[in-house]
Design a protein around this ligand. Structure first.
Ligand SMILES: Nc1ncnc2c1ncn2[C@@H]1O[C@H](COP(=O)(O)OP(=O)(O)OP(=O)(O)O)[C@@H](O)[C@H]1O
Length: 233
């Protein structure tokens, strides 16, 4: 379980995240929605101990991420799929990640197959398309067989087949009882993927609800999202 409690992150005089609280429950896909600059990435970075809050806190299974001894075995995170060393081969990248996190490398071949990169494992990551990097990033998140996944816009760069594949994979990971938090601007896709939604605007919580309760009768997720964002600004 991931908990964000009274989280605030200020940059100078403006608050990127403003007294935000929510819980991400296991066994379902939680969509993390908000317009550009709403504070989604900042929140995820703080959950992962990559940034410090001005006040408040975030915990994974009840403790701050920084205190986890082998974090990849608890949380798999994909924030920026392009942030990989282009000179490494895909397999080498995963091997290096496994070694530095005390994870056996036995899962690497299977994970490359799982994400559709079975044939590309020997290729250098620098030659990968964005969609291939997203697939590699997802393999990296699963290396430690974590209970929780945090994915920041993982659909960017994926083709229609890739988007459908990602949807199926996320659903099966949630069905295994994992906690899945995924941000995206693709409302049509979120409408058929997420079970629960956390919607933020200007760093503040606008909705924390089941998908079926959020979407207004006769309106699409996109329509409802625009209504909620519009009435908050
Ligand atoms: N290091 C930083 N220094 C100053 N301002 C920052 C920094 N990081 C983020 N911000 C600001 O915080 C706000 C929230 O940004 P954040 O990237 O968290 O939003 P987001 O919801 O992920 O947006 P997007 O959907 O565009 O990716 C923005 O106004 C952004 O400019």
């Amino acid at each position: 379980m991931i908990e964000v409690i009274g989280l605030t992150r200020r940059f100078g005089r403006s608050a990127a995240v403003d007294d935000l609280s929510f819980t991400v429950a296991p066994g379902k896909i939680t969509g993390f929605l908000g317009p550009n600059g709403a504070g989604k990435t900042t929140t995820m970075r703080i959950i992962l101990g990559l940034d410090r809050p001005t006040s408040g806190r975030a915990t994974v299974n009840g403790v701050p991420y920084r205190t986890l001894a082998r974090p990849l075995t608890h949380v798999g995170a994909l924030l920026d799929a392009s942030a990989v060393q282009g000179g490494r081969r895909a397999e080498q990248h995963l091997r290096w990640l496994a070694r530095t996190n005390g994870i056996p490398s036995t899962r690497i071949g299977g994970l490359l197959e799982l994400v559709g990169l079975g044939e590309a494992g020997r290729q250098r990551v620098g030659a990968f398309s964005l969609g291939m990097k997203q697939r590699l990033g997802l393999a990296a998140t699963l290396l430690g067989d974590p209970e929780a996944l945090l994915l920041d816009e993982p659909l960017n760069g994926l083709d229609p087949e890739g988007i459908r594949w990602m949807r199926g994979l996320l659903k099966s990971l949630a069905a295994e009882g994992r906690t899945v938090l995924v941000s995206s601007h693709l409302m049509h896709e979120m409408a058929v993927t997420a079970d629960h939604l956390i919607v933020i605007g200007r760093g503040r919580l606008l909705a924390d609800t089941e998908m079926t309760r959020f979407v207004r009768p006769g309106r699409s997720l996109e329509d409802t999202f625009m209504d909620v964002i519009g009435s908050a600004s």
